[in-house]
Design a protein around this ligand. Structure first.
Ligand code: GLN
Length: 395
């Protein structure tokens, strides 16, 4: 048998998706792979039913069905204040996952360096390797996961072609401030690099934090390539709808990459999702409230375990510091959580460049009843006799 491509030996299968399989195998509550266990808004479901009877069963325009792009342009304008031309500024993709791959292949030549903050969403390293680019890492420092300006400047001095910014950030929950984004943008201008942002949690931000759109900063549109998704905003991770938003010259190239990668996102789903894009501002206020409540419920249980954890400013992930449980490796700990505690999370090491084994990432995009059930199971961690029985050395 011929050998498969050598670049594939440089990354492994997604640990996030593997944890979902393990959770299912053991009947654990799955707080590993981030996706909701509740339904999309009624407006979308009704529109989906209507779409099945309409003329939407063949290819849509490859860079996005016109009605979807028009609604998307209006929605992006509404929140960013930018003038968005649906025919020039957008490519509709299969989720932000494809959007990121398209952005990377549009921006980078083989051998180009790309700055990735660590910890990072595991797709980014694979995206870089698949597009032939070389990731260089800049740490985000716990507990606030801020970057160090000198470290960032030193990374830019290596002449990267792009920097990837996940905002709000998965897995840290960091929400980048206007000043931080401006600093990144200025460095990118100085070194003529692209800023590729991934913003699928734009509407999931906790007070007093606010989401700042990097693309809306002065002068940003020359170099900011925004990747985004409808998955989390309308609870439709399975619909695989995302997009790239950028300047027309960049989009003209990105369309080609997208066209040859996937041709297009599912036509009936684009048609149905228009109903989501047209929801009023009150929907987004409700979304924030809903997630703030979920965050309070879940973090309330974590607090009662007495283990330290990160403080998410946005998105729906939290990292529990399990160093006191005495596991040598977080992968063992994550498996133990599935088997003994009955709750699945993702070993933190799959997000870090550094040898970091102290975190398990949980997500709380779940019905409150699911969060209560998971929380009750996690409370076992506060019970020392249970822990002793579960044969865990407590440091
Ligand atoms: N973004 C989600 C996570 O980090 C889901 C990842 C995926 O499987 N696409 O868990």
């Amino acid at each position: 048998m011929p050998a498969t491509a050598t670049r594939l030996s440089r990354f492994s299968e997604s640990v996030i998706r593997a944890m979902t399989r393990l959770a299912n195998q053991h009947g654990a509550i799955n707080l590993a792979q981030g996706f909701p266990d509740f339904d999309p808004p009624e407006e979308l479901l009704a529109a989906l039913e209507r779409a099945t009877r309409g003329p939407h069963h063949q290819y849509a325009v490859t860079w996005g069905a016109p009605r979807f792009r028009q609604a998307l342009a209006r929605k992006i304008s509404r929140f960013t204040g930018l003038a968005v031309d649906p025919d020039q500024h957008l490519v509709v993709t299969c989720g932000s996952t494809e959007a990121m791959m398209v952005a990377m292949m549009t921006a980078c030549n083989p051998g180009d360096k790309v700055i990735v903050f660590s910890p990072f969403y595991e797709n980014y390293a694979a995206d870089a390797i698949l597009s032939g680019a070389e990731p260089i890492y800049v740490p985000l420092h716990a507990p606030d996961f801020n970057f160090d300006s000198d470290e960032l400047a030193r990374a830019f001095a290596q002449k990267p072609k792009a920097i990837i910014v996940c905002n709000p950030s998965n897995p840290t929950g960091k929400v980048f401030t206007r000043a931080e984004l401006f600093e990144i943008l200025k460095l990118a201008e100085q070194h003529d690099a692209f800023v590729i942002t991934d913003e699928p949690y734009e509407h999931i931000v906790y007070a007093p934090h606010d989401h700042v759109y990097c693309a809306a900063l002065p002068g940003a549109l020359d170099r900011v390539i925004t990747c985004n998704s409808l998955s989390n905003t309308y609870y439709i991770t399975g619909w695989r709808l995302g997009y790239v938003h950028a300047a027309p010259e960049i989009i003209a190239q990105a369309r080609k990459v997208h066209d040859f990668l996937t041709v297009g996102a599912a036509a009936p789903l684009q048609e149905a999702a228009v109903a989501g894009l047209e929801l009023p501002d009150s929907y987004y206020a409700g979304l924030r409230e809903l997630y703030s409540k979920k965050r309070d419920v879940f973090l309330g249980y974590l607090r009662r375990t007495s283990l330290p954890f990160t403080d998410p400013q946005g998105a729906y992930y939290v990292m529990l510091d399990i160093s006191s449980l005495g596991f040598a490796r977080d992968i063992e700990a994550a498996e133990w959580f599935v088997r003994e505690v009955g709750v699945a999370g993702v070993p933190g090491s799959s997000f870090f460049r550094e040898p970091e084994n102290r975190f398990i990432r949980f997500h709380f995009a779940k019905k409150e009843e699911t969060l209560h059930a998971a929380g009750e199971r996690l409370l076992k961690l506060a019970d020392t006799s249970w822990l002793a029985r579960a044969k865990i050395a407590i440091a």
